[in-house]
Design a protein around this ligand. Structure first.
Ligand SMILES: C[S@@+](CC[C@H](N)C(=O)[O-])C[C@H]1O[C@@H](n2cnc3c(N)ncnc32)[C@H](O)[C@@H]1O
Length: 202
């Protein structure tokens, strides 16, 4: 895709997000995943890792409705959303005690763990890949601690040499796994999303 077309696409999703009242263009990625893979259902408990500024939280809240619960975690403070069942925490998802903190803030084990967490981009491909894998590993470790049996995980990863090891690790713990890039993703970017369902809680 040429530079001009990429710009037009970014602008397109930016305008759509503004019109729909979403805080981030990335909201459309989650909407596209949800249409395709039926990730989020009414009444679900959802954990969203790397959630600022809150576009995915808004989409998740739409899907889980009044009966569900959504918890967002980010290094940055997330401006409050006007729902009693959306909570946010300022925390580092790579902290060793993070799963315990998340569990303490959930009404019950989670049905879905989402992670759109991204490292600060250095521009050096191997460094950005390694940092992305660190975040994806952290999201996977949290999912193993907070998901209920049969639960789902959606996690962003930048592709690179450690990608297949990460996928194999996740695959062992879930019944099904897919790798996908939503139309709202930039074509040139190395980001893909791993979607796993049927968590095998032992
Ligand atoms: C692409 S943004 C997420 C956008 C979000 N899905 C939305 O729709 O608004 C990535 C986020 O990951 C967060 N992040 C990066 N490293 C993190 C870490 N170690 N712990 C928690 N959040 C982290 C960043 O602060 C950033 O807000």
């Amino acid at each position: 895709m040429g530079k001009q077309r990429r710009e037009r696409k970014r602008e397109h999703y930016y305008r759509m997000a503004k019109r729909a009242g979403y805080r981030a263009r990335s909201a459309f990625k989650l909407k596209q995943f949800n249409e395709r893979y039926e990730l989020l259902q009414s009444g679900n408990v959802v954990v969203d890792l790397g959630a600022a500024p809150g576009g995915w939280l808004q989409v998740a809240r739409e899907e889980v409705g009044d009966e569900g619960f959504v918890l967002g975690v980010d290094l940055q403070k997330i401006a409050k959303l006007p729902y009693r069942n959306v909570k946010t925490l300022v925390a580092d998802i790579t902290d060793l005690s993070i799963s315990e903190l998340i569990r303490q803030n959930l009404p019950r084990p989670a049905d879905v763990v989402l992670s759109d967490a991204s490292p600060k981009i250095s521009g050096v491909w191997s460094i950005d890949h390694a940092r992305s894998i660190e975040l994806a590993d952290a999201a996977f470790a949290i999912a193993c601690e907070v998901l209920s049996k049969g639960g789902k995980l959606l996690v962003k990863v930048f592709q690179g040499e450690f990608f297949q090891d990460f996928v194999q690790n996740v695959r062992k713990n879930f019944d099904h796994l897919k790798i996908s890039k939503p139309p709202a993703s930039r074509k040139g970017s190395s980001e893909v999303y791993v979607i796993a369902n049927g968590f095998k809680r032992i």
